[in-house]
Design a protein around this ligand. Structure first.
Ligand code: ZN
Length: 242
């Protein structure tokens, strides 16, 4: 994969050579991923090395990509991360983070403070902000975020476009519910803002193929679906017992 004038994969080959010497060079697949925020992943599958770099780092200068390559390859091979690589990379990330924060604050300014986003365990506002940053490049305008008044089990989330409100079932505000499950439900409702309802032939289309495709970009899509399938009935039973 080329980024302007340099090939990022060259840096990974360089890092492999530095750590592994003359051992065989694996095939390396480097790509940017839109949904990992400021995290990156490297893993080996069937002898090939897959590197996924957060989209936010696309504009990183070559020296930053080189540093990141040495960090990720060191981690993969369980070698010590070179100090200079760590320094260069963290310097870049800090400026990036500060820029993101500033943009976020700018967006948040002037908006009404909503008091119902804070649950007993989870804060919907925090979850929304992180998802917005990691998956939407901060492009989703902050809606009213609120936990539902009652614990509902059939409907876990709801987006009301008239009042630009996202309501999440209070049944999920519990410590035995993994964070990625709430994130997934919030993410789904955010996609409704991202993909407004389409009207065709007098019918409404909410979950368009593009919507479903984007839904799968959530990092824990499968896990969250599975958890909901297995646990929502259990949550309901527990609640009735109390
Ligand atoms: Zn929906």
């Amino acid at each position: 994969m080329r980024n302007g004038t340099f090939a990022i994969s060259d840096f990974y080959e360089e890092a492999f050579r530095a750590f592994n010497g003359k051992r065989m060079m694996p095939e390396i697949d480097v790509r940017f991923y839109p949904y990992i925020g400021i995290n990156h992943t490297i893993r080996v599958r069937e002898g090939r090395v897959f590197v996924r770099i957060a989209e936010i780092c696309r504009e990183m200068p070559p020296i930053g990509h080189q540093a990141l390559a040495f960090i990720l390859v060191a981690k993969l091979l369980r070698k010590k991360v070179p100090q200079h690589a760590r320094e260069i990379y963290s310097r870049f990330i800090k400026t990036q983070e500060i820029r993101e924060k500033a943009a976020e604050n700018k967006r948040a300014r002037g908006r009404k403070v909503v008091s119902t986003h804070k649950g007993v365990v989870y804060d919907l506002r925090k979850i929304f902000e992180r998802l917005n940053r990691d998956y939407f490049r901060g492009s989703i305008p902050v809606p009213v975020l609120s936990w539902s008044a009652r614990k509902t089990y059939r409907i876990l989330g709801h987006h009301d476009s008239t009042h630009e409100t996202i309501i999440i079932s209070r049944s999920l505000d519990a410590c035995d519910v993994p964070k990625y499950v709430i994130e997934y439900v919030v993410f789904h409702e955010m996609l409704h803002i991202h993909h407004p309802t389409q009207h065709r032939d007098g019918r409404r289309y909410n979950h368009t193929p593009q919507f479903r495709k984007d839904e799968r970009k959530f990092a824990y899509f499968e896990e969250a679906e599975r958890w909901i399938e297995r646990n929502v009935r259990k949550l309901k039973k527990n609640a009735k017992r109390k």
